[in-house]
Ligand binder design. Structure first.
Ligand SMILES: [Zn+2]
Length: 56
């Protein structure tokens, strides 16, 4: 993710559009939900497939 590091270094010079993109990427990186955690927040949720595909 070199582009991200460069973008952060140069953040003040980015366009608003690029800043939004960087912000969104940082948000997703800091998201504590990992692959073992269902979208409903339960780790190893037995209904993970249904929750993931149909929403929670
Ligand atoms: Zn679930």
């Amino acid at each position: 993710m070199k582009w991200l590091n460069d973008a952060i270094k140069d953040y003040d010079n980015l366009s608003d559009n690029d800043k939004a993109h960087v912000d969104a990427t940082l948000d997703s990186l800091s998201d504590p939900v990992d692959n073992d955690t269902c979208v409903c927040g339960v780790k190893d949720c037995p209904d993970a497939y249904a929750h993931t595909t149909s929403g929670f």
